[in-house]
Ligand binder design. Structure first.
Ligand SMILES: [Zn+2]
Length: 408
């Protein structure tokens, strides 16, 4: 197959910002409703039955005859929402590839003996309501409906209001207790968010685990003052311990082979000619083990406290989200690797530092992930890119996996 799919082309213009070329597909906005229309059309063109669950996640089903049905469905998919000015591939590649894999299967494959589904989860990036993988976390009960309903976006619009605006009933939001019974396996294909596959000379990889990761909010409280009249010695400037903490996070992460990022910061009130009264900062940290992650975060907080003391600033912190290590189902992974090897594709098994809906689903149903090579490794950026031949190889791999799981 080739990657010049009308399905992909028709999704590309939706939610792309003309000035940056990046995507702003935030949940339950106009761009998102364009994506949802696109999904429903893609399903209709293939004769798939569309369902929207209580959370707003979209499902397209290829049903099987009752006399063939051997039980739980095989579902592939990913998400259609984006980070601010995100790339074209993160999320949509998995949804487009799932539809394209169903096309390949119906062209060449044996008839499925299990239902096959395509899913697009809402709010995976957490770009609008601040909680990543919200759609899959609600569906699996990892996040309670009450907590989700009260989440607000930057304009104060609550999740409950947003989904009501999309025609859903906020009162019905909640976990699907029948998920594990209905879905026998979930496979998420995703563009690689790094360049490990390129280094190995491989086009497609299989996920081993997702590193434990979390987000911490750190608040530095000092004293607002005049930039021109307050002597350096008299200042209680929260920007200084904040700056020391950013550097400490980088150093600690580098020393323990982990990742730490402090990219979100708010200076209050944030005038150029005044000392801030407060700095609100966020730490994103990820490591291969929970022990390493704990000690990394402890080191960063220790530095924050030490430096805050030196500058007469108080510091408080709290964990906003934490996701423990996710080990994907070993049997399913072995089956995926073997199915690919039979078709001549050597798919290395690798860990990743990025969270995914697949990591959330893994707590409830056997789950696997396929990664498609990203030669530059750039992601969450308009420059994110995967070669057309690699995307086509990803569809071939996904079709092989669905055939293995759904047609036997
Ligand atoms: Zn993604």
């Amino acid at each position: 197959m080739t990657w010049d799919l009308p399905l992909w082309q028709s999704l590309l213009p939706i939610g792309r910002h003309p000035a940056t070329g990046g995507y702003r597909r935030y949940s339950f906005t106009e761009a998102d409703s364009g994506c949802r229309e696109w999904f429903k059309n893609a399903a209709a063109e293939r004769g798939l039955r569309v369902e929207c669950d209580s959370v707003g996640n979209l499902w397209a089903w290829l049903d099987v005859r009752d006399d063939l049905d051997r039980g739980g469905a095989i579902v592939a998919g990913s998400h259609l929402d984006s980070v601010p000015d995100g790339g074209a591939f993160d999320g949509p590649l998995g949804v487009v590839s799932a539809f394209a894999a169903i096309d390949l299967l119906s062209e060449r494959g044996p008839e499925p003996v299990r239902p096959v589904g395509v899913v697009a989860f809402v709010e995976e990036e957490g770009a609008r309501f601040g909680l990543a993988c919200l759609g899959s976390k609600l569906l699996t009960g990892v996040v309670a409906a009450d907590v989700a309903r009260d989440l607000t976006d930057s304009e104060g619009i609550s999740f409950a209001e947003a989904i009501a605006g999309a025609g859903l009933d906020p009162g019905l939001v909640g976990a699907d207790g029948g998920l594990a019974e209905r879905v026998a396996a979930f496979v998420e294909l995703h563009v690689e968010q790094g360049s490990a596959l390129d280094g190995m000379g491989a086009v497609v990889g299989v996920a081993e685990s997702i590193w434990p990761h979390g987000r911490w909010r750190i608040d530095f409280d000092g004293r607002a003052d005049h930039a021109g009249t307050t002597r350096l010695a008299d200042r209680r400037d929260p920007m200084l311990p904040y700056a020391a903490t950013v550097l400490a996070a980088r150093e600690a992460a580098s020393e323990c082979g982990a990742l730490a990022t402090m990219s979100k910061v708010r200076a209050v009130p944030g005038g150029a000619n005044g000392i801030c009264s407060a700095v609100h900062a966020w730490l994103d940290a990820r490591a291969a083990s929970e022990e390493t992650l704990e000690s990394l975060v402890a080191r960063v907080m220790e530095c924050a406290r030490g430096s805050a003391d030196q500058h007469g600033v108080t510091v408080t912190s709290r964990c906003e989200s934490f996701t423990p290590v996710v080990e994907f189902d070993r049997d399913l992974r072995d089956r995926v690797v073997t199915a690919l090897a039979r078709r001549g594709t050597t798919a290395p098994v690798l860990p990743t530092g990025a969270g995914h809906d697949a990591g959330v689903l893994a707590g409830v149903v056997p789950t696997a992930m396929l990664f498609v090579r990203n030669r530059t490794g750039v992601s969450h950026s308009p420059a994110e890119y995967a070669e057309p031949e690699d995307c086509a190889a990803g569809v071939e791999a996904l079709a092989a996996v669905i055939e293995e799981l759904a047609c036997r």
